[in-house]
Design a protein around this ligand. Sequence first.
Ligand code: 6PG
Length: 257
Amino acid sequence: MAEVTADNGKGKVKVFDSEEEVAVGLAKYTADISNKITNEKSSFTVVLSGGSLIHSLRKLVEAPYIDSIEWGKWHVFWVDERVVPKDHVDSNYKLAYDGFLSKVPIPPGQVYAINDALSAEGAADDYETCLKHLVTNGVLHVSAKTGFPKFDLMLLGMGPDGHVASLFPGHPLVKENKKWVTFIKDSPKPPPERITFTFPVINSSAYIAMVVVGAGKAPVIEATLGKSPNSEVLPVGMVSPEDEMTWFFDKQAASKI
Ligand SMILES: O=C(O)[C@H](O)[C@@H](O)[C@H](O)[C@H](O)COP(=O)(O)O
């Protein structure tokens, strides 16, 4: 496997020959962090995005990880969710359930889906309240540095415009600095109504893996990590977790850096 790892000051950068190799590397990375955290604590809090990331998690449900990971300690969250019913084709919950969660023995009570009976605003408030309960009962910890929840691991993707979660370039939500979870009704990527974690929550997490594949995303990666980064900082360029950032690229996505 041709994997090149470098540190460019914005985190570890792993470049693989193909998306298939990215999936292999991502499974090993996720399993290693899971083992580290589950050896130390009774819960491992993992945040998923939607999009192509879920397909890239496919190796995690295979040997050896399916048997070696302590799935019973996993607690699963979404960095963003579309305000649609959970069985809707646009639902990030459905995407993750069909491609990942239905294949691993995580207790269903530890999978925190959006309340799909509520409005966007109501669902965002409800999700934030759920997170606060989990802080109270010790499943989720709070960052000593920021006071925002500190998730153990976020597995994220990036859109071709440089958005992460439902935080889009130039949108005022990018600057939200009080709420943990907020909502958007004019998302440029359909569907328009979504809820999303805010940057203070994203950046309070311990580990973040940013998984980016395909030539279509190379210009944004160049603008963010290249030798002369753009002066306009895109949302993806604002991602900066407390402990460790790791970028996973295939050759195409990394072709301009
Ligand atoms: O729209 C969503 O629901 C997302 O959670 C979003 O943030 C996603 O991760 C990126 O858009 C990348 O998606 P792709 O990898 O499919 O481009």
